[in-house]
Ligand binder design. Structure first.
Ligand SMILES: C[S@@+](CC[C@H](N)C(=O)[O-])C[C@H]1O[C@@H](n2cnc3c(N)ncnc32)[C@H](O)[C@@H]1O
Ligand SMILES: [Zn+2]
Length: 472
């Protein structure tokens, strides 16, 4: 792992920080500074505070943040609160001129539910690192709704500082026991993650709400998560998932992705696969607790659980094919790389077959975890309520159905069945119940409303759809 700048900070102890700051002349706002310095800080953060020449103290305003000059740390004009008040699941906050998407509320709901469950399973305080926090809404929700004991809210852009502090101000900064509950910093995420790793200051949940197909943080993020902890990552790169930039997806996620009808599920699998590969290289393995696609953006979000050790089998990290001629999709393990073909070509090599991979080909979610999330959502009154037109109960139920390990990757759009069968589309519920009667596994996809996930091959789907008699 590259250590770079942070290694220069590593050797100084917490004691050294205190000595250094208490012997220096203090500025006008000294009570505020002393207060901040004397409250216990996470070790990684303490280390980041030490070299006053490299990073600014995170507890009071600075004229400039050196990290904001970096390539990934965006630079904008200082924040002016524009009075953009928002309410999400009863939590009030302001968005100012930060990057904020109201439509991402569902992703935040899912993150908070998973975090709360994880806290309950730990039986101790939950520690969360919100590495790209924007206005701080996730941090606020992890504190106030998931009951996190400590949240580190970080965003490279220092101009959001006032906004984040104001949004978190309703949450006590120090617990009754005298422990720090939240801190705000403005560093590039990789610095924070690297320091957490170097200081062995691991987090139960690391949330990285990044843009595009930035995956430069992946291995550091995995390394910053406690064993058994959660990693919540994002991709918003619809071009890569759509197979329009195969060398780009190869660079970011190690997957050569081609255009396929179920590209939005492929996007989730590309993201999981990329993280999975990095984890294996570090001696860990990952399994998805849930995977969520939202067409706003688009946004691909996956919650992964980090475990120690190599996975027992690699059969869920492989290749997916799609035949443009007959519509058949298959999964190929590494051992069959030289034998990829489609039954419609009698085993012959054909340009009609496109292959994407390697990517995650296992279940997208963990049904047991989702069932607990749904139970909690009902308890909290979040189920059967809509956030931006998404009914959480319906979404979680669809995800639970999608978790069946018998289901192969992808989904089949009803329009494609209708086009190939030369019939009108049958109602989706009729098709699903008929497929089930025929002994196949079938359900709706949370990604595509007019598609089925099934282990029934396309040719049999066409046959069944014709039998249903929706002749044009
Ligand atoms: C998608 S927005 C975050 C939205 C926020 N999490 C929410 O739910 O509303 C991504 C944020 O990451 C910040 N950012 C971009 N690159 C970064 C980096 N390398 N390190 C830390 N923050 C970064 C941006 O300033 C931006 O606020
Ligand atoms: Zn074929």
């Amino acid at each position: 792992m590259r250590q770079g700048v942070v290694t220069r900070l590593f050797h100084l102890s917490t004691e050294a920080v205190r000595r250094r700051h208490t012997t220096k002349p203090v500025r006008k706002s000294s009570p505020q500074i002393l207060n901040a310095l004397l409250s216990p800080l996470p070790p990684a953060m303490t280390a980041l505070l030490i070299p006053q020449t490299l990073f600014p103290l995170p507890f009071f305003p600075h004229p400039r943040n050196p990290s904001a000059r970096s390539r990934t740390g965006p630079r904008r004009k200082p924040l002016t609160l524009t009075g953009s008040k928002e309410v999400e699941r009863g939590v009030e906050f302001e968005t100012g001129d930060s990057f904020f998407r109201r439509e991402s509320a569902v992703g935040r709901d899912l993150g908070v539910l998973a975090a709360a469950l994880h806290r309950m399973s730990l039986g101790r305080g939950l520690r969360v690192l919100d590495a790209m926090c924007g206005c701080g809404i996730r941090s606020l929700r992890y504190l106030s709704q998931a009951g996190a004991a400590f949240v580190w809210a970080n965003d490279a852009f220092e101009g959001y500082r006032g906004l984040i502090l104001s949004n978190l101000s309703g949450e006590a900064r120090v617990s009754p026991e005298g422990d720090r509950r939240w801190v705000v910093t403005h560093l590039v995420a990789n610095k924070v993650l690297a320091e957490c790793y170097l200081q062995r200051d691991f987090f139960d949940l690391v949330d990285i709400d990044s843009f595009g197909s930035d995956s430069s943080f992946m291995s550091l993020a995995i390394a910053a998560v406690k064993i058994g902890g959660l990693l919540y990552i994002t991709s918003t790169d619809g071009y890569s998932s759509g197979g329009h930039r195969p060398y780009h997806s190869l660079a970011s996620y190690g997957a050569y992705v081609r255009p396929m009808p179920s590209s939005n599920e492929i996007g989730l699998r590309m993201l999981i696969g990329g993280a999975y590969r990095e984890a294996v290289a570090l001696g860990f393995h990952l399994s998805p607790l849930f995977s969520y696609y939202s067409y706003h953006g688009p946004v691909f979000r996956v919650m992964l659980q980090v475990a120690r050790g190599k996975p027992h089998k690699n059969s869920w990290y492989s290749f997916i094919s799609y035949c443009n001629r007959c519509g058949n999709s298959q999964t190929f393990p590494w051992e069959e790389l030289g034998q990829i073909s489609c039954p419609c070509r009698n085993g012959g090599v054909s340009s009609s077959v496109v292959v994407s991979g390697p990517l995650w080909t296992g279940p997208l979610h963990d049904a047991a975890y989702l069932t607990e999330m749904l139970k909690l959502a009902r308890e909290w009154g979040w189920a059967s309520t809509k956030q931006n037109d998404v009914d959480l109960e319906k979404l979680l139920n669809q995800m639970i159905d999608e978790s069946d390990p018998q289901l192969p990757p992808g989904y089949i759009k009803l329009d494609e069945i209708a086009r190939r069968a030369k019939i009108n589309s049958p109602p989706i519920s009729t098709l699903i119940s008929t497929l089930e009667k025929e002994g196949f596994v079938a359900c709706r996809s949370h990604i595509a409303p007019n598609a089925v996930k099934t282990n029934c091959p396309m040719a049999a789907c066409i046959h069944i759809a014709r039998e249903l008699g929706h002749v044009r």
